[in-house]
Structure formats: C-alpha cells, structure tokens
Design a protein. Structure first.
Lengths: 114, 112
C-alpha cells in the first residue's frame, strides 16, 4: 500500500464552523506533513510531525490546529477560518531517514470558506 | 536552505525530449536534488532524486554537473499527459527533520 488517503475530498464551511481534515497512511512512515496550496502557486509547508511529535510549525495561524493521534493518522482541525484560507490542503508522508526523503502525497482536500 | 530558480513555463511538442533546468547556486555539500511532478488538483508526485552526475529511472533522467550549481530534468519523448508543473527541490540529506520547501516550479505544456 503506497497510498496517502485524505478525507474529505471537498469541504465547504462557514467562518464560524469547526471542521477537520483527515489523513491516513499505512506505509510505516514516521514523518507526516500538511501543505496548503493556492491556485497556480506551489505547495506551502504548514506543519511537520516526526515520530508523532510536532517538529515544524511554519508560523501557521492558530485557527489551524494539527493533531497526530498515532503514526498512521494526521488531522488538521479548522476553526474560525477566513475566506482567504480557501485552498487545496495536501497531506504527505515520508520515511524520515537520511537516505530517503521522498514525499508521498495524498490527493488533497479542497476547502472553501464562505 | 538553497534557493532554486526554474523557468516559469515551457512549451514543447509530443514526441520531443524536454529538458528543464534548475539553478541552485548556493547548494550545500550535504544537499540532494529532487524533482516532483504535479497535475491540477492532485498532490505532487516524486519523479527522481540525485546527488551528483547522472541518475536515470523509468520516467526521467537527472543530470547534475560537477559543481552541482544546477541540474537538468530530462523527459524523453513527451506526450500530452506530461503536461504538468515540475518542481525542483534542494534539501539537506543529513537533516532528519527536513523542511521540504517547494519553489515556484515550471509549468510544462505539451502541444500535439
């Protein structure tokens, strides 16, 4: 199984809603990532988890709250978002070894904030 | 982190070989070079990775000169389905907690 599965594929939410994006991988990878991608822009790193601990937070606003319940799961909790937060949210995983840095990406969750 | 510079866009025709060059003048000794491909509304997909000289796989070749200040991704005999954005990344092979940062990428458009 070389897949990273993200749910939901599409999400529409109001600015007062609370929702979550989910990501799952069963490749035994010990690093998991959240990226945000706006149209015609490159993916922008948000968070990195290494061995289920948050290792990198790229100064992301607190209305985005990541969670890594176990080595296979990664969540992104969303609360009080703004319309400019509408984007494609990509989850990725990697082996976290010095010899192999390949990222495996999911298909993404398309978020629209009204 | 080494900064990368790629052409913003390129056009080519089906059946041609396409070479996309990435400049990374301040690449460090431990840095490796990776290329990803991304189709619209999908996550990026790993294509190839190398440290020096030439690497080839079933999809592409990666040429890295001795000074490693640039690299060239070569796609043999492209088809319409190779239309995508191609990203060149440079990262520290020795850093376990690597910030994997994407540059602006090259938008490749294959014409019939």
């Amino acid at each position: 199984d070389t897949e990273v599965t993200q749910t939901p594929k599409h999400l529409v939410m109001g600015m007062t809603n609370k929702k979550s994006l989910k990501c799952e991988q069963h490749m035994g990878h010990r690093a998991m990532y959240w990226y945000k991608q706006k149209a015609k822009k490159p993916p922008e790193l948000m968070f990195v988890y290494s061995y289920e601990k948050l290792s990198i937070n790229e100064s992301v606003p607190s209305r985005f709250s990541p969670e890594c319940p176990n080595s296979s799961l990664l969540n992104l909790h969303l609360h009080a978002l703004q319309p400019e937060d509408s984007a494609l949210y990509l989850c990725a995983s990697s082996k976290l070894t010095v010899s192999d840095k390949e990222l495996f990406f999911g298909e993404g969750s398309r978020l629209t904030v009204l | 982190l080494a900064k990368t510079t790629q052409p913003i866009s390129m056009d080519s025709y089906e059946g041609q070989e396409v070479n996309i060059t990435c400049s990374h003048n301040n690449i460090a000794t431990n840095d490796y070079i990776t290329w990803y491909q991304q189709f619209p509304s999908q996550g990026p997909r790993f294509i190839i990775q190398g440290y020096k000289t030439k690497v080839t796989n079933e999809v592409a070749s990666l040429f890295i000169p001795a000074d490693r200040k640039s690299s060239t991704l070569s796609l043999p005999r492209v088809s319409l389905s190779d239309t995508a954005v191609y990203y060149c990344l440079v990262g520290d092979k020795e850093n376990r907690d690597d910030k994997i940062i994407f540059g602006k990428g090259t938008r490749l458009h294959i014409l019939p």
